[in-house]
Design a protein around this ligand. Structure first.
Ligand SMILES: [Zn+2]
Length: 457
């Protein structure tokens, strides 16, 4: 036992890495990690009794923070044939109107919302690097530093992924004007990563990187970056989100996007394939066997009309997945996991698609997304066990649905009948960030965010 425990939490029910347990004393060390987990205890004087069941906080494996400011603003019908591609034009207009102060304010608001939704960490897939006309800021890392600031100010854990983006389509097509704030050549991108190594370490953020998509980088550029990147963290890429991307990839290479990625790149546990919506049975099997995580963003994929990920086949092949909120039309664990399961039900016209017979769907997909999110965030261990970071969620024991539930029913009630309102307290790395549904910097963060929204009207 450590000499000093920052917290001694007593929970009537807790979801440990070994399963549900009762009367659990969770000791958190001064280093923010779990020092001891002891079921079957009696609370002692000075122990903090949690007001409801304790479960692990989830990693949100895919975020473009600035897009939160436009969530809900792309819901006016256009030509009758609106798609991802017409939505992207709205997104590019937002990009052209936000400066570093705005991005920091949006990210801070979003990260508080994520904490309240049950996430303890965000993986920021960050491609908005420069000014609207493409001119780098005086410090080329300015926008990344603002993301680090927002995460630090709110206390959410951060895995930062600066994104390489150079082209408009397969075959090195020249970028269009709306893409100017995103662009690098490999040398400048590698310099950005180098600059962010100490900056990330200073605030305790993990650092990896992303290739925006196979559309946005040539094979040669990808190989240069993979060979020379000065970081060993996770590697993420958007792939096969849209059928047009599949058609364009076939026209360019004769292969489909996931097929090309698995053939040409050293895809392994370090990788996360964001969306991977459109795969053949063979691609599904190969991606599952690669050890990479599929980064699923069900609310955004539904909002954009992307399609339905083949989750039943992918899980049957042993695939790993995690969840992300991507464009942030939703910001909670419950909404993403519920939509993941519902997409499969709607496709198959059957119920309970992602659990084995007799198993709880909520528990099955929560456990899977926790493990996949942990891997995709570049963390070693998660869950409530000795040595893991103390990233914890306390569900609201005063909520009658939660109060009357036990074990896996708690997760099924939360994910399928409740939502963010069931999250009461959230601890990140041993510090309470949400108490009784509130963040202690919430008023300032809301004020700054309101200023940005009034500017974007
Ligand atoms: Zn994305």
């Amino acid at each position: 036992m450590p000499a000093f425990s920052a917290h001694r939490l007593f929970a009537a029910q807790a979801l440990l890495s070994t399963g549900w347990a009762e009367d659990v004393l969770i000791s958190v060390g001064g280093d923010g990690r779990i020092a001891a987990v002891e079921p079957g205890q009696v609370p002692a004087a000075g122990d903090e009794a949690t007001t409801g069941p304790v479960i692990p906080a989830m990693s949100n494996l895919h975020s473009h923070a600035f897009q939160r400011a436009m969530a809900g603003l792309a819901e006016v019908a256009g030509s009758g044939d609106d798609s991802f591609w017409t939505w992207r034009e709205t997104m590019y207009r937002t990009v052209g109107r936000v400066d570093p102060d705005d991005v920091e304010a949006i990210a801070a608001k979003l990260y508080v919302e994520m904490l309240k939704g049950g996430f303890g960490r965000v993986v920021e897939f960050h491609y908005l690097h420069h000014q609207a006309d493409g001119t780098p800021y005086a410090d080329p890392a300015e926008m990344s530093l603002r993301i680090l600031n927002a995460a630090h100010a709110t206390g959410i854990g951060l895995t930062h992924l600066p994104v390489f983006y150079a082209h408009a389509n397969f075959g090195g097509v020249a970028p269009n004007p709306g893409q100017r704030p995103f662009l690098h050549d490999p040398d400048r991108f590698l310099a950005l990563l180098q600059r962010l190594v100490p900056a990330s370490a200073r605030v305790g953020a993990e650092l990896g990187y992303a290739i925006h998509s196979l559309r946005a980088a040539t094979p040669g550029e990808m190989r240069t970056i993979l060979g020379e990147a000065p970081v060993s963290g996770p590697i993420h890429i958007h792939v096969a989100e849209q059928t047009r991307e599949v058609e364009d990839c076939l026209a360019w290479s004769g292969r489909r996007p996931v097929e090309w990625l698995l053939d040409e790149m050293p895809v392994d546990r370090r990788w996360c394939a964001i969306h991977a919506t459109h795969m053949t049975a063979q691609e599904t099997e190969r991606l599952a066997k690669s050890g990479a995580v599929a980064g699923l963003c069900p609310a955004t994929e539904a909002n954009l009309g992307d399609g339905i990920f083949p989750a039943t086949d992918f899980l049957a092949a042993g695939g790993r997945f995690g969840i992300g909120t991507d464009s942030h039309v939703a910001t909670s664990v419950a909404e993403e996991l519920r939509l993941l399961e519902y997409g499969q039900r709607l496709r198959d016209r059957r119920r309970n698609r992602l659990a084995a017979p007799g198993a709880s769907v909520g528990r099955t997909i929560f456990d899977a997304a926790l493990a996949g999110g942990t891997q995709a965030a570049g963390l070693g261990t998660a869950g409530i066990q000795v040595g893991a970071r103390a990233d914890l969620v306390v569900l609201d024991g005063a909520n009658p649905y939660v109060a009357a539930a036990s074990g896996n029913q708690i997760l099924d009630r939360w994910l399928f009948a409740l939502g963010g309102e069931a999250v009461r307290d959230v601890m990140v790395a041993g510090q309470w960030k949400i108490r009784n549904g509130r963040h202690d910097r919430e008023e300032d963060i809301d004020r700054a965010f309101a200023r940005v929204l009034s500017k974007l009207k």
